[in-house]
Design a protein around this ligand. Structure first.
Ligand SMILES: [Zn+2]
Length: 79
């Protein structure tokens, strides 16, 4: 009977279930993970709810010609 010992045996001790759903971090979160970074949390929030965009950011986007609006703007030309 041949017993194979794989050098990778110990690298799989963490199951995918214990990994963070956002950054896949198992032992620690990535710096950009939403659970760690307030800026990323804010970015997620304003994407899901444009009303949460701060006045300052609204002005910056307005100055850049961008409209941060919950309305879906359909672009013509394609399709
Ligand atoms: Zn994470």
């Amino acid at each position: 009977m041949l017993i194979q010992s794989s050098p990778l045996t110990h690298s799989n001790q963490y199951s995918a279930d214990s990994a963070c759903g956002h950054c896949d971090g198992v032992i620690r979160h990535e710096a950009w993970c939403i659970t760690q970074n307030a800026g990323v949390q804010y970015a997620y929030q304003v994407v899901s709810d444009p009303a949460l965009l701060s006045t300052g950011d609204h002005l910056i986007l307005h100055a850049l010609g961008a409209a941060w609006t919950p309305k879906r703007i359909v672009s013509r030309g394609r399709q």
